[in-house]
Design a binder for this molecule. Structure first.
Ligand code: DQQ
Length: 500
């Protein structure tokens, strides 16, 4: 080798070594900062212990849910620089079991002219062994220029944005749309289908359908569904559209803080819903996404928003739900169960059987308490007007959260009105339609995780709420009923194992 070539070679390798050393130093610094942050936040009584959330900063919608080469991947809307909504990027984590997560480097940053104002929500698919994500790319500072973009990866860590982005530059011409975002993509009979959340001016929310052979060239196939502006909002965000048995389910988030779903038929590019229903009336869930895993389960994650004014000061905001498995009940309504993997978090167990509890008697559970618990209660409601359980109660009851069945009102109630004496907590009472059949017992499955409460009632209704008790001793549990005695057939309580 000539001397000049040797010299060039030396500087080449020296440059690479220096860059690697600097990279390691920066990453090391990042890790040390993360460790410090974890230490600081471990003492934060609002920070969940067994739900997914990033080390720090802002998180909202789950994105790109997929099982790829055996691992579950969860991407999410993330602000790498702060605890408020901004700089939308895709954070990333993976898991073997949907429950224990490994946090990975940020997958997509807003770093291209076509997405510099935001890498918004989208989905992931397996394109013959290559992972592909399709997301909304925002190219104007008012977030109004919304296109759909493609990125690919072989190892799920290094992501390459497609050079021909955006693959869809703008909403279809001739349609007076309100918004154009959150592509949901699936493969059917060898063709790619995409639905995009939108709205048609003065008419209501709309879901637009596209088709493609290669994820790059897309053809518009018309609106697959159009809502009614008076009933379900002017624009629909974050659609999930999938088959369950013989039916199709469409879940949308209509920008009103609610999330609704429709069950119906999908034929000739048109979705005809049989009915509309609220997905989760707990007051905290928004922008959920559903994906099919290798076991054929339809699994959902959703963003649990904060209901706390001062949340950004803690250095983090936003939590994901536990993984929920969706099935269709006999009446074609959605049924919900936490994925069975969640049971792997169960630790120390406490069980009671056959307890009669009436107003003011026999209810206090002295043997168990806590803020990271799973509770399963099977209750014969009998003469009680309201029957359920009080959680996160302080010894003097000044803080308490009630979860109960309201027999006359035929509702499931999560009463957060006294959950916290901190005025920054905005947690009104919530309730959802729910009726027990003649002779049916109430089966309440409750997950408490610091500021998270997820309640499943007889697998038919689910309510996700956030609560922010201010007292360190708001940990008590009590069986709760009014105007009559109920019988608790069994009560199981598990301490849940932290995942972080
Ligand atoms: N969040 C994303 C959008 C989506 C909204 C932006 C829903 O893509 O419409 O962070 O929460």
């Amino acid at each position: 080798m000539k001397k000049s070539a040797r010299k060039k070679n030396f500087w080449h390798w020296a440059g690479i070594a220096l860059a690697m050393a600097m990279g390691l130093a920066i990453a090391g610094q990042g890790l040390a900062q993360d460790r410090n942050h974890i230490k600081k936040t471990a003492a934060d009584p609002q920070r969940p212990a067994y739900h997914f959330l990033p080390v720090k900063n802002w998180m909202n919608d789950p994105n790109g849910l997929i099982q790829f080469n055996g691992d579950y991947h969860l991407f999410y809307q993330y602000n790498p620089n702060g605890a408020s909504w901004a700089n939308m990027s895709w954070g990333h984590a993976k898991s073997k079991d949907l429950v224990h997560w490994e946090r990975l480097p940020v997958a997509l940053l807003p770093d291209q002219p076509y997405d510099r104002y935001g890498v918004f929500s989208g989905t992931a698919v397996n394109d013959s062994g290559t992972a592909a994500v399709i997301y909304t790319c925002i190219s104007s500072p008012d977030f109004r220029k919304e296109g759909q973009c493609l990125a690919q990866s072989r190892d799920m860590v290094r992501w390459e944005k497609y050079s021909g982005n955006p693959v869809i530059a703008a909403p279809p011409r001739g349609l007076r749309t309100v918004g154009f975002r959150d592509p949901y993509v699936w493969n059917q009979d060898g063709r790619w289908n995409m639905v995009v959340g939108s709205g048609i001016r003065d008419r209501g929310g709309a879901i637009l359908l596209y088709r493609s052979k290669d994820l790059r060239v897309w053809e518009y196939a018309g609106p697959v569904a159009v809502g009614d502006i008076r009933k379900n909002g002017r624009m629909w965000e974050c659609p999930s559209f999938f088959q369950l048995g013989k039916k199709w389910v469409m879940i949308v988030s209509p920008m009103t803080g609610r999330t609704i779903y429709f069950v119906g038929d999908f034929k000739d590019d048109k979705f005809s819903p049989d009915f509309q229903e609220e997905l989760d009336l707990g007051g905290s869930l928004y922008a959920p996404q559903v994906f099919k895993d290798d076991q054929g389960r339809s699994v959902m994650f959703g963003w649990l928003k904060e209901n706390y004014w001062l949340a950004s000061r803690r250095g983090w905001q936003g939590v994901q739900t536990l993984p929920r498995v969706l099935t269709l009940g006999a009446d074609n309504r959605l049924n919900f169960e936490p994925a069975r993997e969640v049971e792997s978090l169960r630790g120390k167990k406490f069980r009671l059987e056959d307890i009669k509890a009436g107003p003011g008697s026999g209810g206090v559970i002295k043997e168990a308490k806590g803020d990271a618990l799973e509770i399963f209660a099977e209750i014969e409601v009998r003469e009680a007007a309201q029957a359920g359980i009080k959680v996160r109660a302080s010894p003097d009851d000044s803080e308490q959260t009630l979860i109960y069945y309201d027999r006359a009102g035929e509702r499931l109630v999560v009463d957060r009105s006294r959950s916290s004496r901190d005025p920054a907590a905005k947690t009104p009472m919530r309730s959802a339609p729910f009726k027990l059949a003649e002779g049916e017992t109430l089966k309440l499955r409750i997950f408490l995780d610091r500021s998270v409460v997820e309640v499943f009632a007889n697998s038919r209704v689910v309510m996700s709420s956030r609560i922010y008790p201010a007292r360190a001793d708001s940990l008590g549990l009590e069986l709760f009923s009014t105007s009559g005695t109920m019988r608790v057939k069994s009560l199981d309580i598990w301490e849940m194992t932290p995942i972080w």
